[in-house]
Design a protein around this ligand. Structure first.
Ligand code: UD1
Length: 342
């Protein structure tokens, strides 16, 4: 019998990383979780263990520490890495650009270096639809042009994509995939893992669930004068479990040698645009709640509309988003209730 492949998940105790860890373990992979707990606690790691009945090795390291990453690679035989260990707050990145460039680029470079030192490996990078900026045409395909980043955070996503592309082309044994996520939302159906934002949430769905829970008084809908059917922005909200499954498909594609190029890019979205108001109404309906919201001025840096053409991922990864927005929004509320003890 062939040995189990081992996947390093950097940032594996975070929101998306924990869901990906569950899917990888369920698919029969070994997983090593690396996290420095700079932006999360142990809740999701413990949740992963409860869901899967396994305790994947937890390496409490900072991936910005090259020696620590090298040590991790010498302790475990890592066949692939999925890199989540990065900061993601757009506003904070504008105020603290060096923090973002140092953290997001250094950690990724250290992981690539560890593979390069061993003659290669498989690397999956968590990129973002933010690279498309305000697209000229929707939905966006992987061929749609990248637009100049409007924040240091967005720029780190573009730069890391380029670092991966260039390193793959220079190192014969290295393969890379960048997954461009649209708007990941929701939680695992068990309600044992989910998003745990620190402080005031920047993203829409945690703000909605916290408002429903009474932690926030009112949801501000940023702008109702956009050139869209109801005046609010359009996004492609993707269930986090669907998103996590895309990672398992991408890693398996690498292991099975099915890549068409050594560096590939895939959009991970549903292909279904939803407005902020539609999302709020769907949340109210599926959970039987009234949400306190008001219209507020536009938020700086927001784009009007962006959603995915996911056909390349559907075809090449054999992956498709399957969960309805109702299921997703009910899972988001179940998770919020779970952590608040409601
Ligand atoms: C944001 C980031 C994006 C990042 C992604 C994941 C910006 C400009 N973009 O995407 O780069 O990859 O998060 O972290 O921040 N909204 C409200 N009220 C709120 C919060 C949000 O109306 O309290 C609206 C926004 O105006 C937007 C939509 O909800 O139209 C989604 O916002 P959000 O969840 O923050 O995601 P993005 O801005 O799409």
């Amino acid at each position: 019998m062939s040995e189990k492949k081992c996947v390093l998940v950097s940032g594996g105790a975070g929101y998306i990383g924990s869901h990906v860890t569950v899917e990888l373990l369920s698919a029969g992979y070994e997983v090593v979780v690396a996290d420095n707990f700079s932006n999360c606690d142990r809740t999701n790691y413990e949740g992963v263990c409860a869901i899967t009945g396994q305790r994947p090795p937890l390496e409490e390291i900072d991936c910005c520490d090259a020696k620590a990453v090298e040590g991790l690679f010498s302790r475990h035989k890592i066949d692939a890495a999925i890199h989540f260990a990065a900061f993601k707050a757009v506003g904070e990145s504008v105020e603290e650009p060096l923090l973002y460039y140092r953290n997001n680029l250094t950690s990724f470079i250290n992981i690539l270096q560890a593979f390069a030192n061993r003659g290669g490996g498989n690397v999956l990078f968590s990129s973002s639809a933010t690279v498309y900026g305000e697209p000229d045409e929707t939905p966006v395909t992987e061929q749609s042009p990248r637009k100049p980043a409007t924040s240091p955070y967005g720029n780190t996503k573009q730069i890391c994509e380029d670092i991966l592309r260039d390193t793959v082309s220079a190192c014969a044994g290295l393969r890379g995939i960048a997954l461009r996520y649209f708007n990941p939302i929701g939680a695992h159906p068990s309600a044992l893992i989910g998003e745990l934002p620190r402080g005031i949430p920047n993203n829409l769905v945690p703000f909605i669930t916290q408002t429903a829970a009474g932690v926030r008084e009112v949801l501000s809908i940023f702008g109702n004068d956009y050139p869209t059917p109801d005046g609010t922005c359009l996004r492609d909200y993707i269930d986090v479990v669907d998103l996590a499954r895309a990672h398992t498909c991408a890693v398996t594609r690498m292991f099975e040698g099915r890549m068409r190029e050594d560096y590939e890019i895939f959009n991970v979205g549903t292909g279904r645009p939803l407005s902020v108001l539609e999302l709020v109404r769907a949340f109210e309906k599926v959970n039987g709640l009234k949400l306190n919201y008001r219209f507020a001025p536009r938020r700086a840096g927001d784009v009007t509309a962006v959603w995915a053409d996911p056909s390349l991922a559907n075809r090449e990864l054999g992956w498709k988003a399957t969960r309805s927005v109702e299921e997703t929004l009910s899972s988001a509320w179940a998770w919020e209730k779970h952590i608040r003890g409601i």
